[in-house]
Design a protein. Structure first.
Length: 318
């Protein structure tokens, strides 16, 4: 296994965007292969053609901004697919996945336009962490179903897939999607597994060649490593802020109940995170301290990690 600090994970969002999001025949074939592997594993019919909606573009990740890089394609059946990869996360990722699905779905039409124009939107989340610990399968998907009649789905316009790479047993290469996920886990560091996976699999062979081209490009390698470091730094800042918040909460004591202490903890975490990235005025701090809605505070804390400005975070508190 390669532990080099210059090692670029195949689960890097830039590499995924590069491999699946280029406006080339090869890239379209690979994203088609991956989507069909997901569909085959869940019993949905295969697709035969995709159209890139947001092709790979250097400008998406220039500078130190850690924006969300995802892949959007439309199929010949007029369905929208969104693919996103995430290396680190927690239970709040469920809300994030639903939020980005909603953005994809609602972006299709403007207010007042006819709803018949809306296309089904399918979100595929490749996760390098365990999100659904209570479900043993590495591939789970969710739809809108009737609460008492689980077999009745309201619509197929909402489907969200979660692919949890750490759950995969490499001794059981049972399907194409298993091979794809093992490839993403093993590329560049597990030569034994790669030899098995690449044998007689033209799609993964093509993916392997794209990984080599990507890692041989100094600019792309630098951006990928920089984004990975930024993500680790932000997670460390969040952990540090949470720890500080818990300490502040404990100082509050429990004399006036747990709610007050928990609010103090969330206030401290949010202010600390924002101050690590921006300058807060006293009025802005006072506004944060006045918020007592736990859901709004949690949403704001989650948003800081990827926020491009403090205003977008503070709006969540209104």
């Amino acid at each position: 296994m390669n532990e080099d600090n210059n090692y670029v994970k195949a689960t890097s969002d830039i590499f995924i965007k590069y491999m699946f999001g280029m406006d080339t025949r090869q890239s379209k074939q690979l994203v088609l292969s991956f989507i069909n592997a997901v569909l085959q594993d869940t019993g949905f019919p295969a697709i035969t053609k995709v159209f890139q909606k947001n092709p790979f573009n250097y400008k998406e990740f220039e500078g130190d901004k850690v924006s969300v890089l995802d892949i959007e394609v439309e199929t010949e059946n007029h369905e929208l697919y969104n693919i996103e990869v995430q290396s680190l996360g927690n239970t709040h990722y469920r809300n994030r996945a639903l939020y980005y699905w909603a953005k994809l779905y609602t972006s299709q039409i403007s207010e007042g336009e006819i709803y018949e124009r809306l296309l089904p939107a399918v979100s595929i989340n490749i996760l390098d962490f365990i999100l659904l610990s209570n479900l043993p399968d590495y591939h789970n998907f969710f739809m809108l179903i009737e609460g008492r009649k689980k077999e009745f789905a309201l619509t197929e316009h909402l489907i969200i897939h979660f692919l949890e790479i750490p759950k995969i047993d490499e001794r059981k290469i049972s399907s194409k999607i298993t091979r794809w996920l093992l490839y993403l886990r093993g590329e560049g560091r597990d030569e034994k597994m790669m030899k098995i996976l690449l044998e007689n699999d033209e799609d993964l062979q093509a993916a392997h060649m794209m990984y080599k081209a990507f890692t041989n490009d100094d600019t792309l390698r630098r951006y990928a490593l920089g984004r990975e470091k930024a993500e680790r730094d932000r997670l460390q800042l969040l952990s540090s802020a949470q720890k500080e918040g818990m300490e502040e909460g404990r100082k509050e004591g429990r004399k006036e109940g747990e709610i007050k202490g928990e609010l103090k903890e969330k206030h401290t975490i949010l202010i600390r995170l924002l101050e690590l990235k921006y300058t807060l005025s006293e009025d802005e701090k006072s506004h944060i301290l006045s918020v007592t809605d736990f859901k709004k505070l949690d949403a704001a804390i989650d948003a800081v990690i990827l926020a491009e400005d403090k205003e977008s975070v503070l709006r969540l508190l209104k």
